[in-house]
Ligand binder design. Structure first.
Ligand SMILES: Nc1ncnc2c1ncn2[C@@H]1O[C@H](COP(=O)(O)OP(=O)(O)OP(=O)(O)O)[C@@H](O)[C@H]1O
Ligand SMILES: [Mg+2]
Length: 354
């Protein structure tokens, strides 16, 4: 019944926004290094610049910074840029790596004055480590508990002033006390096609790809508002251009290549379409809960929720309602079907009569 599921899981080339192993090396070379090289997110960039340069001017340690938003929008890149702009070094860890408070204490006590500590996926940090972080963020201090039971004592340990930079794809999963301790929170937005065009042009320059204007527009338009996807599509289209054409990435080459990789005109990939297809074909357009939907496409709820859903909502194909997820009229049309009356965005009968 769920034919897309089988297709999807058999897929060799992942085009979702999640980082995969093949991305890692090339992403490092494509990462913008300075705030001025960072494309788009104009508001976040301006605000961040003020936060950093204000602190630099006063000779203070900048406030802790939190970046939230879907995968591949530049949270890690911006975190690295913060360290560069401050002229300090960065230590990198992630929420899942900080299972025991001791792991975090070791990390914190190794920081030098002015260092940036980057915690990726900070919403996945274990509770005891999180509680230790509160004091560290507020007072640059941790309490190390020595011994067990009634004889246990806690020894305060002074830390060098540092700036914590947290990144999360699920700001909603962050506890209030943690969120409140960040002096600056930035929500990353999807990029416009024009911004993504600049991203792919820049990357083509670095990778030495012969990218033509119309090819750039085509790739940018199908990148789901996400620089990571834009860069990945560029690489896939380059392969196609080199093997099946003369190496130049033109509109025709980009179209033909993206067809091979199952990226449709809206940039939806197999998983996105599997979600829409399940929603429409198995649940009559919804409403249906996210976990049921995830089971129907054979994915984790968190993947559907954090990776697919934000863009489907933004593209106006999926709506969140208190009773569950609903396919909009645009989604039915996109799947080549006629939307029923109850689909959001369907013309109302009385309006039709007019
Ligand atoms: N504003 C930008 N300008 C140019 N390239 C960008 C920009 N933002 C992101 N990129 C590119 O996209 C890639 C992915 O960005 P990054 O790793 O910073 O995303 P992320 O938000 O941390 O994703 P995740 O949530 O998966 O960790 C980078 O390697 C870089 O090549
Ligand atoms: Mg990241």
């Amino acid at each position: 019944m769920y034919q897309d599921e089988a297709d999807w899981s058999g897929e060799g080339v992942s085009l979702t926004a999640h980082q995969d192993a093949s991305d890692q090396d090339v992403e490092t070379s494509l990462r913008p290094r300075k705030l001025s090289e960072f494309i788009g997110q104009a508001r976040v960039r301006e605000q961040l610049e003020l936060v950093l340069h204000g602190a630099l001017k006063r000779g203070d340690q900048p406030d802790h910074v939190l970046f939230s938003g879907p995968p591949g929008l530049g949270k890690t890149s911006l975190s690295m840029i913060i360290a560069t702009e401050l002229g300090s070094s960065i230590r990198v860890t992630s929420g899942p790596a900080l299972e025991r408070p001791g792991d975090l204490a070791a990390m914190l006590s190794n920081l030098a004055e002015g260092d940036v500590l980057f915690i990726d996926e900070i919403h996945r940090i274990a509770r005891p480590a999180e509680e230790m972080l509160y004091l560290a963020m507020e007072d640059y201090r941790v309490d190390i508990v020595v011994g067990k039971g009634p004889g246990a004592t806690s020894i305060p340990l002074e830390l060098a002033p540092f700036t914590l930079v947290g990144a999360t794809t699920r700001s909603g999963a962050l506890t209030g006390p943690l969120r409140d301790r960040f002096g600056f929170t930035a929500h990353m937005e999807f990029y416009s096609p024009e911004e993504l065009e600049l991203v792919v042009r820049r990357s083509a320059g670095i990778l030495g790809v012969d990218l033509r204007d119309d090819g750039a527009v085509e790739i940018a338009g199908r990148s789901r508002g996400t620089p990571r996807i834009a860069n990945r599509l560029l690489r896939r289209v380059r392969d196609f251009a080199e093997v099946r054409a003369d190496g130049a990435v033109t509109l025709e080459v980009a179209r033909a290549a993206l067809e091979v990789y199952d990226v449709d005109e809206l940039g939806l990939d197999r998983l996105d379409r599997a979600v829409l297809s399940a929603l429409i074909n198995s649940f009559h357009g919804g409403p249906v809960g996210i976990s049921t939907l995830a089971v129907a496409v054979g994915e984790e709820s968190s993947t559907v929720e954090e990776v697919c859903e934000p863009y489907l909502v933004r593209a106006g194909l999926l709506a969140r309602t208190p009773r569950g997820r609903v396919a909009t009229a645009a989604a039915w049309h996109h799947m080549g079907l006629t939307p029923p009356q109850h689909a959001p965005g369907s013309p109302q009968p009385d309006l039709l009569a007019e």
